[in-house]
Unconditional design. Structure first.
Length: 276
């Protein structure tokens, strides 16, 4: 079974996990994801690939501790084994020399967008990165982004690091100040929607990465249905990348909240039964 190489907290409530998965590491591309289970009775959860090392045969993801499955995942230790680790899945992010590309990343998306940032720079793009966090202690991997970005901007409700401006304000200011050829955003649903709305008036193509409810990751179950450009899509096989201006965000919000109450109940029950 796949073996945990490393598992640690990056910042409060966000963890890094590195898994020994040679086949996945050799095939991984920016924008793809894996589906894993923390134990034999756990849920199958999608995690964006945040990095990989083909020589070592390892794949890294960054995840938010939110429900029972991610709570279990955060308790795993190096050399623990997990029963399911499938990937890479999904269509890779389109990488080309677009010109000037603005990247917007928040929460787990800071990790998820890193392979894309690296690949875009290698393709000759001028990269400008906006990292979003509620406070300075929630920013991570900014050193990585500085290596590939001409400019690194932080947006935060913390006036000390981001001027108290949300990501949408930073993106609007950037678009107004210079020519941006493409925008890519990865983070929570509200985050990606706000970036998409910020670029809509200027008509700048804005790519978002959707990780809605997923089960099998191959398009057979239909759990990850979403609507883009008025058509039903399956995020696991048609995405996860979509044009943010074409996504039906209202529908996506409703689908993501479908099992919210059950998730909270399951987490509370599991913690009561398994934690001291």
């Amino acid at each position: 079974m796949p073996r945990i190489i490393a598992q640690r907290r990056l910042v409060p409530n966000l963890h890094l996990i590195e898994v020994e998965a040679p086949d996945t590491a050799r095939a991984a591309k920016p924008g793809q994801f894996v589906i894993l289970m923390p134990d034999a009775r756990g849920e199958r959860i999608p995690l964006s690939i945040a990095d990989w090392n083909a020589a070592r045969g390892t794949v890294t993801s960054v995840f938010l501790v939110l429900g029972t499955a991610t709570r279990k995942l955060a308790l795993l230790k190096p050399n623990d084994e997990i029963p399911v680790f499938v990937g890479p899945l999904g269509r890779p992010t389109e990488i080309a020399n677009f010109g000037t590309v603005a990247l917007a990343a928040g929460c787990y998306g800071i990790g998820a967008l890193w392979p894309t940032a690296r690949a875009l720079r290698r393709a000759g793009n001028r990269v400008i990165t906006v990292l979003d966090a509620k406070a300075s202690y929630l920013v991570y991997w900014d050193d990585r982004y500085r290596r590939v970005s001409e400019r690194l901007i932080v947006s935060s409700r913390d006036p000390g690091i981001g001027g108290g401006e949300y990501v949408a304000e930073k993106i609007k200011a950037l678009v107004a100040a210079e020519k941006i050829d493409r925008v890519m955003a990865v983070g929570c649903t509200a985050f990606m929607r706000s970036v998409s709305e910020a670029t809509r008036p200027a008509g700048i193509k804005t790519i978002v990465s959707l990780n809605p409810i997923m089960v099998d990751g191959t398009g057979m179950c239909g759990a990850c249905r979403c609507t883009a450009a008025g058509k039903t899509k399956f995020a696991c096989v048609d995405g996860p990348d979509f044009d943010g201006h074409e996504v039906d965000w209202d529908e996506l919000f409703l689908r993501r909240k479908s099992y919210f109450d059950e998730e909270i109940q399951a987490l509370c029950r599991w913690e009561k039964e398994n934690l001291p």
